[in-house]
Design a binder for this molecule. Sequence first.
Ligand SMILES: Cc1cc2nc3c(=O)[nH]c(=O)nc-3n(C[C@H](O)[C@H](O)[C@H](O)COP(=O)(O)OP(=O)(O)OC[C@H]3O[C@@H](n4cnc5c(N)ncnc54)[C@H](O)[C@@H]3O)c2cc1C
Length: 394
Amino acid sequence: MSETVTAFSEPEERIALREAVAKLASKYGHEYVAKQAREGGKMTDMWLEMGRNGFLGVNLAEEYGGGGGGMADLAAVLEECAAAGAPLLMMVVSPAICGSIIARCGTDEQRKQWLPGIADGTHLMAFGITEADAGSNSHQITTTATRDGDGWVLKGQKTFISGVDEAQSVLVVARTADERTGKLKPALFVMPTDAEGFSRQPIPMSWQAPEKQFTLFFDDVRLPDEALVGGADNPDAGLWQLFAGLNPERIMGGAFSCGMARYALDKAVAYAGERAVWRDQPIGAHQGIAHPLAKVKIELEQARLLWQKAAALYDAGDDMAAGEYANMAKYAGGEVACNATDVAVHTHGGNGLTEEYGLGNMLVAARLGRIAPVSREMILNFVAMHSLGLPKSY
Ligand SMILES: Cc1cc2nc3c(=O)[nH]c(=O)nc-3n(C[C@H](O)[C@H](O)[C@H](O)COP(=O)(O)OP(=O)(O)OC[C@H]3O[C@@H](n4cnc5c(N)ncnc54)[C@H](O)[C@@H]3O)c2cc1C
């Protein structure tokens, strides 16, 4: 509709970035993703082309091969990919979570070693925090890292870790014993996926996607000192490092879901405008079809404003305020993706559940936005406690 520039408009460079990404992503589109998922293929061609064009590392510093932009740029890139039907799940993980943590908390050597590959897509870094027995309560993780000479030995398990079969390394959240107090505290390690003692087992999932989830086993995996993010001189930094990944993870989760909702809504609107089964009118002329679509459009614009605000706060350096909005953005994105895919399937009638129209699988994919990387309920817990000042409930 209106193109008037206001405080709510994105800068010209980001609009141009969106256009360039949309063009590249639509070359691949839903057909490509569905084919890769069906045949056990990967998104590698698109991923590397995105990397060559500078889109994957747009948030990372130029001196490390990035674009020198911010999280708002990276989230816009992901939203455009998803809106074109070709979401790149691993963007949430490699450049956003891992890239941000290493950029903010890594040593100079670690930045030089990892960021250029993350930026151009040639080094894919997975992220592993979730454990079967800890679930949403990550204080309960039991993967331990023990000092051994001038290195570390890691022992434990992780579950639901995405993209490990494609990744060269995993940023693993473990715990070490504090030498003074003996208490366990978080510590993050970059673990190569070909390390001795590292093994993985695929988890059969109900959604069809090129990106797979794995249970990981660390059977006394030995890592050098340089694998500890921030280095041994900074032994208490683990918690702060984890926090450095949370806002990017949630902003990207919100943008991912918004892109998926845009894709579903566009398909539904097109179908509602063409399909005619009563007289000459398309089904979109009926309010029973039009109103749910209009409602999704409103929810979508709300969710997009939330992630854009969260990203703007994050890029301005206000981590606290960004945290509140990143959580809300992730929640709103997850909800609208679920609502949009549900309405899109319904608008298509029987076609909504055919493989040809490709929407049925999206019902499951969209639900991911309600569960991961943090569940809807944990966000409500956060908002109740931090935004509303209510007592901690868990
Ligand atoms: C497709 C997919 C990809 C993933 N990729 C990764 C990855 O790359 N790396 C990684 O580390 N993890 C990954 N995860 C894991 C994901 O982050 C977790 O599934 C998520 O954090 C929820 O943990 P859980 O599954 O153990 O659920 P649980 O913690 O067992 O929760 C189950 C249910 O209980 C609710 N619940 C739990 N505690 C509370 C409470 N206090 N109050 C109210 N409700 C509560 C939850 O909201 C949820 O609905 C992925 C998961 C999926 C499905």
